[in-house]
Design a protein around this ligand. Structure first.
Ligand SMILES: Cc1ncc(COP(=O)(O)O)c(C=O)c1O
Length: 443
């Protein structure tokens, strides 16, 4: 029986629901990243590091809410905060006490967060950051890095995916972007010859939460260059904030950006985001802003939603101890080490695991000479972004599912503070079996 036949048989309930989904959702999925060939699994419930699909197959979950669930699924402190808040008020359409404590936690944890404005998502936080940067500087152009992801909106989607033809995006919007490789010399040269750049935005561990890591010293170098040329630095810490360190990846590098975009962990696993940063910049949103060009507007029905605030407070109180991030990072590093041991034991060339603390990635491309433990190498940004050889990764993803492992997009993962040593051992054993399965199919 082929791998795909095995997959269809084991996940028969998902196959049926996927058929129905195709009649309702374009491509049968509600998020581009959740699309899967031949069909995605439909999940039913989750607890700690696990989730169960509609056929009751248990998976060790490395999506962890697209990175939002640093404490795993259903952490008691977060469940308690949500259930306490739900009957009190889910939407007050007003200012409320919880938003103050939520902001206090952000301001105490993130260096340079002198003011906060809540949003409903990470995409909204990066959208607002651009508006603030352009309004503050009176300049329109933005430098972003090839492959870095900052949300799906028009202003920043172009450049995230090298294969994206950017259909539906205005030419004027495309023209407002300069897309550079993460190369400090090119940033400096560009800023030396252009005076229309409002800001530089970047993911501080590299494209797609570090699937293409940044060169050493990049974060500090970028801060120095942007400061030298008087250009604002926007850190997109939507994934890395509160995870890489309680203060985020820039805090770890000892760097203070001008604006910091937050989401995911900030809202405790519920929808939410925030823009934080310099008071003189965020105060352009204030109602008494007297600037010659007037104030910036920003609304949003679900800004500082009380349920998200309650979950976010519970999460950030725990994050502030430094403990969950440290435990998750230790486990993530151990997992990367063990996966590379498995790849070595199978004598796999072009297979490697790498990561940064609790975030890990695998890269699989036998046409390269990358050895286990090395960083991926490919002249193609598209290949690096998709984690290597698409055909082999598809087989591996099915084989991992059959062995009870759900990796984010089949090639990355977020380790939570509740993934145990035993979960890691089980993950490694599952990889061992899945590699055999995938390679036997490959012939
Ligand atoms: C680095 C980064 N920025 C922004 C976003 C967009 O956040 P959201 O999906 O909440 O709109 C994401 C989402 O994954 C992200 O990874």
């Amino acid at each position: 029986m082929s791998l795909e036949q095995l997959y269809r048989r084991r996940f028969a309930g998902s196959a049926l629901l996927a058929e129905q989904a195709l009649q309702r959702f374009p491509g049968g999925a509600t998020h581009d990243g959740r699309y899967a060939d031949p069909f995605p699994l439909f999940m039913e419930r989750a607890s700690g590091p696990y989730k169960w699909d509609v056929d009751d197959n248990r998976m060790i979950d490395y999506w962890c809410g697209h990175g939002a669930l640093l404490l795993g699924h259903g952490h008691p402190a977060i469940v308690e905060a949500i259930t306490r808040q739900a009957p009190v008020a889910t939407h007050l359409g007003a200012s409320h006490r919880l938003e103050l404590e939520w902001a206090d936690l952000i301001m105490s944890l993130i260096p340079g967060a002198e003011r906060v404005r809540f949003t409903a998502s990470g995409s909204e936080a990066t959208t607002l950051a651009l508006r603030v940067a352009r309004a503050a500087t009176g300049k329109t152009t933005l430098i972003r890095f090839a492959g870095h992801f900052h949300g799906w909106h028009d202003a920043l989607a172009p450049g995230a995916d090298p294969d994206d033809p950017n259909r539906g995006v205005l030419p004027e919007t495309l023209a407002s972007l300069i897309i550079l490789p993460p190369d400090l010399d090119q940033v400096a040269t560009t800023l030396a010859r252009r005076n229309d750049v409002a800001a530089v935005i970047f993911e501080p561990t590299g494209a797609s939460y570090g699937s293409i890591p940044l060169p050493d010293g990049f974060v500090t170098g970028l801060r120095a260059i942007t400061r030298h040329y008087g250009v604002l630095l926007i850190a997109d810490e939507v994934v890395t904030g509160f995870r890489i360190a309680p203060g985020g990846a820039c805090a770890r590098a000892g760097v203070q950006p001008d604006l910091i975009c937050l989401a995911k962990i900030v809202a405790g696993g519920l929808p939410g985001g925030a823009l934080a940063g310099r008071a003189d910049l965020l105060d352009l949103l204030a109602h008494d802003e007297q600037g010659p060009r007037g104030r910036i507007r920003q609304q949003g029905t679900f800004n500082a939603n009380p349920l998200s605030a309650a979950a976010g407070i519970a999460m950030l109180r725990t994050v502030a101890t430094g403990e969950p991030g440290a435990i998750a990072a230790r486990r993530g590093e151990a997992l990367v080490r063990m996966l590379n041991e498995v790849f070595s034991a199978h004598r796999l060339r072009g297979w490697t695991a790498f990561g940064d603390g609790s975030i890990f990635h695998i890269f699989v491309d036998p046409s390269t000479d990358v050895m286990p433990g090395e960083l991926p190498r490919s002249p193609s940004l598209a290949t690096l972004k998709r984690g290597g050889d698409a055909r082999l990764l598809r087989l591996l993803r099915m084989a991992l599912h059959l062995n009870g492992i759900d990796l984010m997009r089949g090639r990355s993962g977020f380790v939570s503070a509740v993934h145990s040593e035993a979960d890691l051992q089980a993950t490694v054993a599952a990889f061992d079996a899945a590699i055999e399965l995938a390679l036997s199919e490959e012939g």
